[in-house]
Design a protein around this ligand. Structure first.
Ligand code: BG6
Length: 471
């Protein structure tokens, strides 16, 4: 992944943030910009743009508050430098004057990176406005999720972006790809030789991925009503994890090769049918602000996925995610097939668990390989113990710091490509509207019992345990 084309790419000479007054900017972007300045990655003008009638001083105050809220200010010169880089333009995205004002604010900058941290309904006005104002030439565009809400809208959005920008200037964000633990899946798979012989239908019995959160929609009821769990985290975050786990080795050292292999995984996924999906809703969701009284939107989703490829034929992939579950944790379990004969009384699957490889993705990171070892004594019985391969490493960059820095450097490795996004939508498209009703579940549980029935033929869910986080 090191000898990539982006080495020749010219870095962006300004960053424009559309939607700078919004929640995403407050929670994620300002802290990321601060970290980028601290680490010497950002030293170009940053122009915020939004409809609020703010002064630059107000924007600076907002940035300072956001950074303070996200943690300690431990580098005052870096903060001051960031604040000195900030500029602000207020205006309506449908008004051409807004883009004239932006051009003026950009001064000598010729290769800005435009970050669209705005609701999707505004994408069209902004992308067209940039094109008409001549602000797209040599520029890059960074697009936040959700990238469309189904296959047709994703295709439309791609067409819109491609009418103004070239594909290598488009950076579609899925912040999961900026997480160390997820990058490690790619590294771990292809930097080691012991895995490849077992990484297929001959040795893998099933794969499970859980992304659990112990909190509700946290005031995002309106967004959730329009999205639901399948669109919010499964079609993107969890599918990206599946692609990294399931892809073939890239044909050459470069991110284009990784993108191509990931796209092939989505293309090989069998389109979902209603019986492959269990939708749940936590009790109390309908009382959240901006949620319909009789809402059928899912806050939990479990599904069974098949990848029709030479490597994965017959291996079931089980994915689940939900709000208000028993824990906040994300984990992958690759369950291996049991030994061909039961030589010992406690051999798997008698005790229910075969060997597995576990990738803990959050809140801590770990890779563990579970294997059985004999207990001391006369009997040939043992326990499944984990060989722990990695624990959290200090100094991990947060996803937005990494992703914004990469986009500005023209490095598209950790972004999603047009064909992959569309192929992923094609898998979920058949069940977005046609599905079974939601099942209610108790907050603090692991979701509706129907999710257990979904996996029953192949075992049961591994509920991520809360591990001690070592720092
Ligand atoms: C976001 C979703 O994309 O990812 C949220 O919109 C979800 O609903 C979040 O909570 C999870 O991300 P992370 O990084 O906190 O695991």
């Amino acid at each position: 992944m090191s000898k990539t084309k982006h080495r020749d790419a010219v870095p962006s000479d300004a960053l424009v943030i559309f939607g700078v007054s919004g929640d995403l900017a407050h929670k994620k972007i300002f802290p990321a910009l601060y970290a980028m300045v601290k680490h010497g990655i950002l030293n170009v003008p940053v122009v915020g743009i939004a409809s609020s009638q703010w002064s630059v001083a107000q924007l600076r105050k907002r940035a300072r508050d956001a950074i303070k809220e996200s943690g300690k200010i431990d580098d005052k010169p870096a903060l001051d430098h960031l604040l000195s880089l900030l500029g602000y333009v207020s205006g309506d995205y449908n008004d051409p004057h807004t883009f004239t004002a932006l051009k003026a604010a950009l001064g000598d900058a010729r290769r800005p990176a435009h970050y669209l941290a705005i609701p999707p309904v505004l994408f069209e006005a902004v992308v067209k406005g940039l094109g008409v104002a001549g602000l797209a030439d040599q520029a890059r565009v960074i697009v936040e999720k959700p990238f469309g809400r189904d296959l047709a809208s994703a295709q439309q959005l791609n067409r819109l972006l491609r009418s103004v920008f070239t594909e290598d200037a488009i950076f579609r964000i899925d912040h999961y790809l900026g997480k160390e633990a997820i990058m490690n899946i790619l590294y771990f798979r292809f930097a080691n030789s012991f895995l490849e012989p077992i990484w297929n239908r001959n040795c893998v019995a099933s794969v499970q991925i859980t992304l659990a959160e112990d909190f509700g929609v946290k005031g995002r009821g309106a967004f959730y009503e329009s999205a639901g769990c399948l669109r919010d985290v499964i079609q993107n975050h969890l599918f990206q994890i599946v692609a990294l786990l399931a892809m073939e080795p890239p044909a050459y050292q470069g991110y284009g090769a990784v993108h191509s292999e990931k796209a092939k995984v989505f293309q090989a996924m069998r389109p979902l049918r209603p019986d492959d999906v269990v939708r749940g809703q936590y009790a109390g969701y309908r009382k959240e602000p901006d949620v319909a009284k009789h809402s059928d939107v899912e806050t939990f989703c479990a599904l069974r996925l098949s990848i029709d490829s030479w490597r994965w034929e017959g291996v079931p992939w089980y994915l689940r995610s939900g709000k208000c579950l028993a824990a906040t944790a994300a984990e992958v379990i690759v369950e291996l097939k049991p030994p061909p004969q039961r030589l010992f009384d406690d051999s798997a699957p008698a005790d229910g668990r075969a060997n597995y490889l576990r990738f803990r993705l959050s809140p801590n990171t770990a890779v563990a390989l579970a294997a059985r070892v004999k207990r001391a004594g006369k009997e040939f019985v043992g326990d499944q113990r984990e060989l722990y391969l990695l624990e959290q490493q200090p100094g991990e960059a947060r996803p937005y710091e990494r992703l914004l820095g990469d986009a500005m450097a023209g490095n598209g490795a950790l972004f999603t490509r047009e064909d992959a996004v569309e192929a992923a939508w094609a898998v979920v498209d058949p069940v977005l509207e046609k599905h079974h009703r939601v099942h209610s579940y108790k907050p603090g549980s692991w979701g509706p019992k129907q999710a257990d029935a979904l996996i029953a033929a192949d075992g049961s869910w591994y509920n991520p345990l809360l591990e001690k986080v070592t720092k």
